[in-house]
Design a protein around this ligand. Structure first.
Ligand code: NDP
Ligand code: 8X3
Length: 256
């Protein structure tokens, strides 16, 4: 019989995280879902547990707050431990301005969430995996962590940090039985652009106009796929785009 895994997904109230939660639940795994929007989190958990009958635990906290991260992980009951898979997904872009005109508040939100939040969760959970001698940490990077594009400055820097931290963590965990994977997607139509453009729906829609972007479900499939490989195999780094996108710079669009 297939083993039920405990899968913790940060940022499961929308987009890639929410789609990943649904897919893992459809495969019978138990979930621990996190996010700041309490109502969304509860709705997601309810929908998933009703549809798939899996155990879904919710942890409502802001990943930028180290004490909140610690308290949330401490509150996980033994029945949902050990954590077999950690998906470090919570993240955002805030703004798209030339650096010399950038908002320092936007910078801090991105650095605190995309780098420090990911580090906090990893620091808290990785030791449990090392002790168990098994586990899988999956960091959601980006093509923005491979190339720097105009006005992407700080967001690209945070995703380059995720790229470097993923490589570093894999080295540090060598020999422990814990796998470390980065998945680096190109454009996926989620709430990402709405957040980046501070709620400007028109600007957000324009990002996905004239081509077929990926969807959260596409990335979810890849996240699930890398967790299904034999114990001795680890996908280290997976860059993925829609067929209409070559990299951060080239997207084939058909616009009027
Ligand atoms: P969404 O905006 O749809 O989802 C982001 C998720 O992150 C939400 O669940 C949000 O939950 C959570 N989150 C954001 N800030 C915090 C915080 N401070 N504390 C806790 N949770 C937080 O975007 P995506 O699904 O697209 O993004 C997911 C990841 O994928 C991000 O790391 C992003 O950088 C990356 N990515 C996205 C791409 C895309 O084109 N969409 C491409 C490449 C990478 P809540 O607001 O409830 O806290
Ligand atoms: C999200 C993809 O191109 O907006 O990380 O940076 S992009």
């Amino acid at each position: 019989m297939k083993k039920v895994k405990n899968v913790l997904i940060t940022g499961a109230t929308a987009g890639i995280g929410q789609a990943t939660a649904e897919l893992f639940a459809s495969h019978g795994h138990a979930l621990i879902l996190t996010g700041r929007r309490a109502e969304r989190l509860e709705e997601t958990a309810k929908k998933i547990s009703e549809e798939y009958g899996t155990l879904v635990l919710t942890l409502n906290f802001d990943i930028r707050d180290l004490e909140a991260c610690k308290a949330a992980i401490d509150s996980i009951p033994d029945t949902s431990l050990p954590i077999d898979i950690l998906v470090n997904n919570a993240g955002l872009a805030a703004g798209k301005d030339p650096l010399q005109k950038g908002s320092i508040d936007d910078w801090e939100r991105m650095i605190d969430t995309n780098i420090k939040g990911l580090l906090y969760m990893t620091r808290i959970i990785a030791p449990q995996m090392v002790e168990a001698g098994a586990g899988h940490i999956i960091n959601i990077g980006s093509t923005a962590g491979k190339e720097v594009y105009a006005s992407g400055n700080v967001y690209c820097a945070t995703k380059h940090a995720v790229d470097a931290l993923t490589k570093g963590l894999r080295i540090d965990l060598l020999g422990t039985g814990v796998k470390v994977t980065q998945i680096a997607p190109g454009a996926a139509e989620t709430e990402f652009s709405l957040v980046r453009y501070h709620g400007d729906e028109k600007k957000a829609e324009q990002v996905y106009e004239g081509y077929t972007p990926m969807r959260g479900e596409d990335i979810a499939q890849l996240i699930h796929m890398v967790t299904e490989l034999p114990t001795h195999l680890c996908v280290n780094d997976l860059v993925v785009t829609s067929i209409d996108q070559a990299n951060s710079f080239y997207i084939s669009r058909e616009l009027d």
